[in-house]
Design a protein around this ligand. Structure first.
Ligand code: AMP
Ligand code: GLY
Length: 423
């Protein structure tokens, strides 16, 4: 079949890398892709947010299956439009993607269907939000309702910080329309982890747990980023915890979404806080995590295209996913300055030597090929990934591969996986 992957990050390189290995995949395209996807797929110069051009390309190129990577086109209704044309796709409709697109919607769903999460209220008016803050304890968390590129969450140590967060989001409109409404919620303590499940509208197939490092610098310090590294398995998500997350969080969500007339299809990415009481939902994303997707693709033994098709066609009840016993780790290499200002256009060398390290695969994110050279074109640029018999060995190999890369304009954290290794 002809397959189109939408997106240009490390996640999409990993998806292309795994889908290209499927005997079912005849022709693979990636829009717009990067220098890494170009090695396993044909890149098509269409922006992931350009729905009209994506639809036209899918029709003109006889695409049988579209796999949507990022949240933007999902929330904008790409899957709805493909459905109308009878083109099969992986990902939720806009009504399903509301789980990521509106934090207030998700919190209300949790309240209605008894899904454990932080106590909260939602506000479309700053004075009412501040009144709530005045009568609740700190720390407290203020969130812009809509999509804010991962930046719309402000953890406030005291009430003054929380009032300021309300002003920043609702009055100064720091996140634009995403901040027309806010959610204010209780601060949760515990260990954070992510959990992924495929959902076909009725049935969920658990994938796996992972942990990522969101802060830019070693010791989990510095500003928040899209993610500087990740590993799987996550020791905090053992089989007993998977069972609890499935029954207490994922399954009630699927039932609730169906009951609300928004049957959910695609991947549910649950951000969790885990403490002695069990798991609580921090938030949902309705796409694979980046960089968690890369470690998942490395650990997957089953044919990814088969799994995504089973999800799109409502066949998950009869589908199993098989995993390698090995652990996987990804270390993200970013342009110096990221997540702030950084330079583009520097050359990256040593990629083949890094790929040659045992168990390692280098996934590209912000890269482009020019005259046979690979250039850095984004903030997060490479995801150096490796398998190993445990997290420690995966870490050793991932950093061995990192050290083969010759890119003075880049940096990475040197402590990815410390929490799992310290245990
Ligand atoms: P989100 O975009 O909702 O995942 O939030 C970004 C990050 O903020 C999360 O990964 C958590 O580390 C943190 N966070 C969000 N909500 C809470 C909460 N209620 N309690 C503690 N930390 C939170
Ligand atoms: N790794 C965090 C995310 O994909 O949102």
């Amino acid at each position: 079949m002809n397959v189109l992957v939408v997106g240009s990050g490390g996640r999409e390189h990993a998806l292309c890398w795994a889908i290209a290995q499927s005997p079912k995949c005849k022709k693979l395209y990636c829009a717009p892709g990067n220098a890494g996807t170009a090695a396993v797929a044909e890149n098509v110069e269409i922006d992931a947010e350009d729905l009209d051009a994506l639809i036209a390309f899918a029709q003109d190129s006889a695409i049988d299956f579209v796999v949507v990577g990022p949240e933007g086109p999902l929330v904008a209704g790409l899957v709805d439009r493909l459905d109308k044309l009878g083109i099969k796709s992986f990902g939720p409709t806009a009504a399903g993607a509301e789980l990521e697109g509106s934090k207030a919607f998700t919190k209300d769903l949790c309240a209605k269907y008894d899904i454990p999460t932080a106590d909260y209220d939602r506000f479309d008016e700053p004075d009412a939000a501040k009144e709530y803050i005045t009568t609740h304890s700190t720390p407290i968390v203020v969130k812009a309702d809509g999509l804010a590129a991962g930046k719309g969450v402000i953890i406030c140590r005291n009430k003054n910080e929380a009032y300021a967060a309300i002003d920043q989001i609702m009055i100064e409109e720091a996140f634009g329309e995403a901040g027309t409404e806010v959610v204010v919620e209780q601060f949760l303590e515990g260990e954070e982890a992510s959990f992924f499940a495929l959902v076909d509208g009725e049935t969920a197939l658990p994938l796996l747990g992972a942990q990522d490092h969101k802060r830019a610098h070693d010791g989990d310090e510095g500003p928040n980023t899209g993610g500087m590294g990740a590993y799987s398995p996550a020791p905090v998500i053992d089989q007993a915890m998977v069972d609890r997350v499935m029954t207490e969080i994922i399954e009630p969500t699927i039932k609730g979404m169906a009951a609300e007339g928004r049957p959910f299809k695609g991947v549910l990415y649950a951000g969790l806080m885990i403490d002695d009481d069990g798991p609580k939902l921090i938030e949902y994303n309705t796409r694979f995590g980046d960089p968690e997707c890369q470690v998942m693709c490395m650990r997957l033994k089953s044919d990814l295209l088969d799994l995504l098709l089973a999800c799109a066609e409502g066949r998950l009840a009869k589908t199993k996913a098989e995993w390698r016993d090995e652990a996987a780790m990804i270390v993200v290499m970013a342009a110096k300055g990221y997540p702030g200002k950084y330079k583009k256009g520097s050359e990256i060398k040593g990629l083949d030597a890094a790929d040659a390290v045992e168990g390692a695969v280098v996934f590209h994110a912000g890269t482009a090929e020019q005259d046979g050279k690979v250039l850095a074109t984004g903030g997060r640029v490479l995801g150096v990934t490796a398998l190993g018999k445990n997290v420690k060995e995966a870490q050793k190999r991932a950093y061995e591969a990192v050290d083969k890369i010759d890119w003075p304009e880049g940096f990475c954290r040197r402590d990815i996986g410390w929490r799992a290794i310290d245990r």
